[in-house]
Design a protein around this ligand. Sequence first.
Ligand SMILES: *Cc1c(COP(=O)(O)O)cnc(C)c1O
Length: 377
Amino acid sequence: MTTDRIIDFLATRRPDGPCLVVDLDVVRDNFTTFRRALPDSAIYYAVKANPAPEILRLLASMGSNFDAASVSEVELVLEAGATPDRISFGNTIKKERDIARAYLLGVRMFAVDCVEEVEKVARAAPASRVFCRVLTDGEGAEWPLSRKFGCVPAMACDVLRHADRLGLTAHGVSFHVGSQQTHLGAWDRALADARGVFDTLAAEGIVLKMVNLGGGFPTRYLKDVPAAEAYGQAIFEALSRHFGNRLPETIIEPGRGMVGNAGVIKAEVVLVSRKADNDNLRWVYLDIGKFGGLAETMDEAIRYPIRTHRDDSPVEPCVLAGPTCDSADVLYEKTPYPLPVSLTIGDEVLIEGTGAYTSTYSSVAFNGFEPLRSYVI
Ligand SMILES: *Cc1c(COP(=O)(O)O)cnc(C)c1O
């Protein structure tokens, strides 16, 4: 969504080169919308989606908690004014010395998905709370996170049992249904698994308290997505179905859904060409590509809305590519992207919905292109 504030900023500041502009008013609205849609869940913003200090400060001031994946992210959150009890170290893959550093900074909640990781946490962060991540199939997600993190529910029972034995607090179960998840039913299957883990352990006297519902809440790109209220309703119904009236504490970890629609990338057309005189497919090269922040176009998974000053003229499918000397730096080719026939060298384009997973994915200086500049207004 290109807000008037973003349009004004670009018109008055006229920044040179590609840049991301994030409107904090949109982030504020998103936070309020999540709080209303899931009033009983604590919000842990997934810092990796966009760790800009202005965003972290705003969310900290609104009462958000934070899901951090590394010690640097923990430090960023602390600098933004949140206390360490509001931070979850949600990465299941951590060096033991990083667990120890986070513990020294006051963090007391850690994600695990195997007994090996539990042993690290028990040594480096004694008596902390741990939650175990279970696998999901990621079905319905445009950016699935399935196999790398989590374990099967039976193993989650072993992991939490082991945590309990080592003096940690076996706090709960987490999952992530996959990013940009557009199936409202995705949480239902995962909650059925969570309930199974709760029951097995309760029978042994280990009482879990928390279900971490993860992220997955979408941003609107080219297609409509269900509203936050619909997610809240579907999740509440699934929780009730599986936990009856003994609902566990829940937390959500929105990343994309919190900041995706708050950002717009301004870019420029560097070249429009064809591969042969009789070729009717045009290639449009921008001054930003996969290495400048648009990594989520990998496999053409995320299709961003693109606006130009010529949107009232007829469109034709184009291959859209970035500016670097790497042939992987093509954004959309399998499914060409419709762009105005009159689009020409030097035209500015606005790539919408780019507030999440762009500035952090941009390379430092591949081919000498500087990292994506970002303005938070
Ligand atoms: C990346 C991540 C999130 C955020 O996911 P979105 O789909 O962007 O909301 C939440 N939790 C964990 C553990 C993550 O790794």
